[in-house]
Design a protein around this ligand. Sequence first.
Ligand SMILES: [Zn+2]
Length: 469
Amino acid sequence: MASQKHSKKSKAPARTWLTNAEILTQNETRDAFVGSILIEGDRIAEIVQGKPKAKWTKGRDTKIQDLSGHVLIPGFVQTHVHLCQTLFRHMADDLELLDWLQKRIWKFEAAHTAATLEVSALLGIHELLASGTTTILDMGTVRHTEVLFKTALKTGIRANIGKCLMDHPQHTPANLRDSTKDAVSESVRLFEKWNGRENGRILASFAPRFAVSCTKDLMIQIGKIAAEKKAVIHTHASENQKEVQFVRELTGMENISYLKSVGILGPRSVIAHGVWLSDSDRATLKETGTAITHCPSSNLKLASGIADIVALKKAGVTVALGADGAPCNNSLDAFQEMRLAALLQKPKHGPTAMTAQEAFDLSNREGARALGLLDQIGSLEIGKKADLCALKLDSYETLPPAGRLASSRIGAIIYSGHPGLVRQTWVDGRVVFSHGKQGPKVPGIDPVKLLQKAKKAQAKILKSVESMP
Ligand SMILES: [Zn+2]
């Protein structure tokens, strides 16, 4: 593909025409056609079928990038990831959720320094951008979360990040626990400092980890503050049967009812998992406007179960997708999540229960909707942010058959797609990943040096965990 020149500050040129691409707009009517897109600053300024008129492409500040043979899609939106865990990939395999957390992940997270956290975030963001994900909702970690904001700012990904809240004196380890007061005040400080930065590319949220790790007092305070600030609340719930039982014993209530009673559910709340839900839970999610992030790989690997997405959608609940953390997946690529999301519903509900188009929707429009950003991202439409990626479906397994453009391309993306198809990714009109003649490149990240740093950081964490009581 033709490479795009960067200015020294790696700012996007004022105007770039991406021409001759197959465009899957993912707009309301899912229009798809061969056409051209004009990126102006951070926005999509024009979309036309065919080529742009010659007079539109004049001017020294207008670049033209010929994307013949490429498919342009909205960038993937993943509404549940843990950048802090990327470094722990392959370090916690073949465990169920509570063992996975208590025996491994919490110890690793407690061992993070600001420096190891930065390496973990860079590894995660590199993988996400290179596989077409442009927006994430990140759960943060208990300490040093500011590093995640700084790394997101630097790399160009669109990110909504929250400090992970854990204050329960009995159900969290002492080395990964805040006082309720500190948990709340640091979350608020990060929100005030970071929310809305970079013209809204960086957002902040409030992230109580789950009902088990947080006191009722913390939950109530966070519910009130997030409502006042109109901020996203990001939590986990009803992922695993033991967790559901634990919450029942702790609170005397069902998980979803408990979260509602403490003010955690609402139109800006995003709950990861929702595997073990009753009809009444689903009705509560719908009534409060709470969204669910489906994490199919994680749910399978941690033996949690299979979320009934068909039932959630039937109940009118917004459902989006997320890879969760690298050690429970073990990849961060949206293609695998879309494929599994489509396949897992079919044995119970039939072959058309989750079509390729519906699985595709989860990864863009529905993700944007869950984050309250559908007016900004999630489809390729004039006036929206220029967050998109270019795919090349030219490998034997993805070569599209003859037929209607949209359905044949979407089938290839969902059922045989993989990160190797991604040739370029843009966020806010800036190129944040390209795979040209020189190979794959995320501007500003040297992958060889990053892997060296990752090995050192992993060794440091393992050593630190060995010396823990
Ligand atoms: Zn998670």
